[in-house]
Design a protein around this ligand. Structure first.
Ligand code: HEC
Ligand code: HEC
Length: 348
């Protein structure tokens, strides 16, 4: 059975997972259909699509963005870089909720930066429509960078090597929008294609074990896929956390961040509504949820069964789905992110 859920305000941004169909003349359509059918038969009718293997990006801007992502001068007191909370092992920090400037405890868990360019919006509450907009929010956040663009530009302008590098990538040199763009361009390079599941979707049936395929089947049949779908296995809609029960009453200790999308729209219907997170590389990104409350994937899946689907997960269902989720671990720059000796790395 497949559950249908109300989409929350997903219409205020284009859904990346559903490219506009174009009208083709009938003959063209038949040719295209034959061509596609012969090369990509395995993907037809699947609710999840493989990540593109290549992304067209400006190499100079990516290289500059990489420097800036690791540059602590973005923060007011030169103590924190983006990389402080988004390491390249998982794209996140492994903490329940992140720790910012001067030890400030942030209200939410850091999602991975990997594949964030495939999300329809950024942040749990979707406040940032683009990666560039998110850089500006982070820069201004008193708990993260606590900085202002003119001050960052002034610092960078004292660094002649960096100034020269900017001139190479951006004719107008060191400017706030260029800094944000370069960082975003680097983030767009941080995609992790070639997960075993992607190989399976592309037609390599031996890429998954029998149990992993069964896990995927259950992920679909129980309705996880109603929310976690598309190229990012999530990241393309808003949904309430607690569709089938009050997760927050059960957890206790309510916090402003629990209101999610409501904090952006002030619309009562958006209380406890969050961007559905991508499940790509989810085996690497514990702890889970916006509050970091689930420390294992097993626990997170059980919570999803209970509060999103209204069911108690059997141990078998939970374990098979967790096995499937482990197949979503991809490759960064051609190297598998799977930790040696784990089941992600094992079996082909
Ligand atoms: C102090 C730790 C910290 C630092 C430093 C930091 N982040 Fe984050 N990042 C977070 C947290 C926490 C969130 C989740 C915020 C939210 O949605 O409530 C987040 C969210 C994100 C997201 C959204 C991902 C998604 O799926 O919604 C991206 C992209 C991102 N950060 C990139 C960056 C970049 C680029 C920088 C540097 C300019 C940066 N971060 C600096 C902790 C940090
Ligand atoms: C009605 C939509 C919906 C359904 C159905 C759903 N999820 Fe979710 N899922 C969400 C939302 C929303 C979140 C984010 C909750 C939060 O942290 O605020 C989430 C979070 C998660 C996370 C944590 C990811 C992270 O990085 O923190 C996992 C794992 C997950 N879901 C797996 C599943 C599985 C497995 C199923 C099926 C048993 C499922 N989900 C069904 C909407 C849904």
């Amino acid at each position: 059975m497949l559950f249908k859920f109300r989409r929350h305000a997903a219409s205020d941004a284009p859904r990346r997972a559903s490219p506009k169909r174009q009208r083709l003349p009938l003959v063209g359509l038949i040719c295209v259909t034959l061509l596609v059918a012969s090369t990509a038969q395995a993907q037809i009718n699947e609710p999840i699509q493989p990540l593109p293997i290549q992304t067209k990006l400006d190499a100079k801007k990516v290289a500059l963005g990489k420097l800036l992502f690791n540059d602590k001068r973005l923060s007011r007191d030169n103590s924190i870089a983006c990389a402080s909370c988004h390491n390249l092992t998982s794209g996140a920090d492994g903490l329940r909720t992140s720790v910012g400037l001067g030890g400030a405890v942030l209200p939410t868990n850091a999602p991975t930066v990997f594949n964030s360019s495939h999300n329809f919006r950024q942040r749990w509450d979707g406040k940032a429509p683009t990666l560039e907009a998110l850089v500006s929010l982070i820069l201004a956040s008193p708990q993260i960078m606590d900085n202002k663009w003119p001050d960052v530009v002034a610092k960078f302008e004292q660094d002649s090597t960096l100034v020269a590098q900017f001139k190479q990538a951006y004719p107008d040199g060191v400017k706030g929008p260029n800094i944000a763009h370069a960082i975003a361009e680097y983030e767009r390079s941080l995609t992790t294609p070639n997960a075993r599941f992607d190989k399976y979707l592309r037609g390599d049936k031996s890429a998954l074990t029998v149990d992993e395929v069964r896990g995927y089947e259950r992920f679909k049949s129980y309705g996880c896929v109603a929310c976690h779908q598309g190229v990012n296995v999530g990241g393309n809609m808003f949904q309430k956390f607690g569709v089938m029960g009050d997760y927050f009453a059960a957890r206790g200790n309510p916090k402003p961040a629990d209101l999610g999308r409501y904090n952006v729209t002030k619309d009562d219907a958006d209380k406890h509504v969050f961007k559905v997170p991508s499940l790509r590389n989810v085996a690497l990104t514990a702890p889970y949820f916006h509050d970091g409350s689930a420390s294992t994937l097993e626990a997170a899946v059980a919570v999803m069964f209970k509060y999103q689907l209204g069911r108690d997960a059997s141990a078998e269902d939970r374990d098979l789905i967790v096995k499937f989720l482990h197949t979503l671990t991809g490759e960064l720059d051609g190297k598998s992110l799977a930790v040696a000796g784990t089941r992600d790395a094992s079996s082909k």
